[in-house]
Write a protein that binds this ligand. Sequence first.
Ligand code: SF4
Length: 63
Amino acid sequence: MAKYKVKIDKEKCIGCGSCVAVCAGNFELKGDKAFVKKTESDLECNKEAADICPVQAITVKKT
Ligand code: SF4
């Protein structure tokens, strides 16, 4: 299974919650910022989260 390295730029994140909505398996909101549960993740939805983020705060790279 493909693995991905997932990062959130906390400076950019506006806490909209979209990443959690599409990929609750690997994103969570704490206060007004999103956090990645696992920086090395095998969930495809990380890419959807990166696409849906309105401020492009999420980067997903194949490892
Ligand atoms: S989608 Fe982007 S801006 Fe919204 S909570 Fe997630 S990382 Fe933050």
